[in-house]
Design a protein around this ligand. Sequence first.
Ligand code: FES
Ligand SMILES: [Fe+2]
Length: 454
Amino acid sequence: MLKTIRASHHGADLFDWDELIQEDRVHRLIYTDPAIFEMELTNIWGAVWVYLGHESQIPGPDDFITTRLGLRPIILIRDAAGTIRALFNRCTHRGTTLCRKERGNAHMFTCPYHGWSYLSTGKLRAVPWPDGYACDFKDAKFNLAQVPRVDSYRGFVFGTLNPDAPPLRTYLGGITAPIDEWLDRNPGGKVEVCEANRLKFKGNWKLAYDNSGDGYHVVFSHRSLLEMENRLADEANKGMSYYRGSPDSKPMYMRYTGNGHHFKDKRPNIEKRAGGLWSVEGPAPGGEHAEASLRGRFGERADDILDLASSEPVNINVFPNLSLLGNHIQVFEPVSVAETNVTWYGTRVVDADGTLGAAVDEINALRMRTQEQFPNFGEVDDLANFEEIQRGLACLEDEWVYMHRGLGIPGRVKSGPDGEVTAPATDEAFMREYIKEWKRLMQASPRLVVKREP
Ligand code: FES
Ligand SMILES: [Fe+2]
């Protein structure tokens, strides 16, 4: 059953969007205004496909995780028949959240408040002391609301409340190519999600998305990490060192692929040889020992194995909340206009066809060590920047944030078919492109719906 929950929208004309979003700059209000944040919950977080979780987090029947769609609490569950559903985590009686666990397995949920219980399909199962009610509990309105469209792309599960959104595959468009490459570099083409580093910052969620492809800040903001790597290893070889000197003269690049998605590709900088990727991996405590033992055991195969354990030098950003970078899955989650959660999930390689054999555990152990690197030593630099931007934006009279690097230089930014835009690695072209898409979405009047079991 589909039911319209928001027939009309009055927010779209509250702001002069052409004034707020200009070719070279955006107004501070887009990061600070609670009314704009409130609108985003409908026009962005309700209207486009939003990443909800990974299939490997709910592998079996009745496995669930709790997650969010914007601020809406969600139970992402694989029901007993195997269908993945995104149930609103909200009891239909008086509205409390039904499930307060991060994950688990449940064929039904019993509300902690008055004991109404629901099946994993979202259907109301029973109500305590029903004699006290005159209503018919078979009415669908008592079943849990759920996200009407849930779909996966190669294990990544997305949902939208917008019946007019394009199919997921169309929405993802050109960003599926780097996602495929990110997965297919592993024999079997699959990863599983592991535990996470959970971080948060006092700033607007878009500050994190603005930064997700920013190659301009690296050597300045992450100087301490670069210096540490330089102390431990040959500085000329390390991936982050690519941004020293004249980064734009190197073959790495950024590309905007439409619908707010973009990626930064450092792979062209890597030597094309077995072990080439491992040679740019940052040194980790204990890494040399693991490498030596692996070389001893696997001989000539060791270089390929070490490459699979290394961080893939890409940042793939799927608007509005998913980022694949290195070996990690990063998820952005708005909390309020000036508060955001940032979660970095580790991933392990799945040896689906037995190609890796005994090496798979070694690869995954080394991949876990990469979780200790950038998410611990680099992400904190970025979060500090986001918080300090939010503080800076409190200067009411200094209104503009510039994102015009690369703009107006003949031949620098190249447009391809399907609205693709390619530019040097330090350009802000992807920011200008995604924020145009954000503006288009904020000017729209999406019709959002929920579904309930009949
Ligand atoms: S609020 Fe859930 S049973 Fe009352
Ligand atoms: Fe950074």
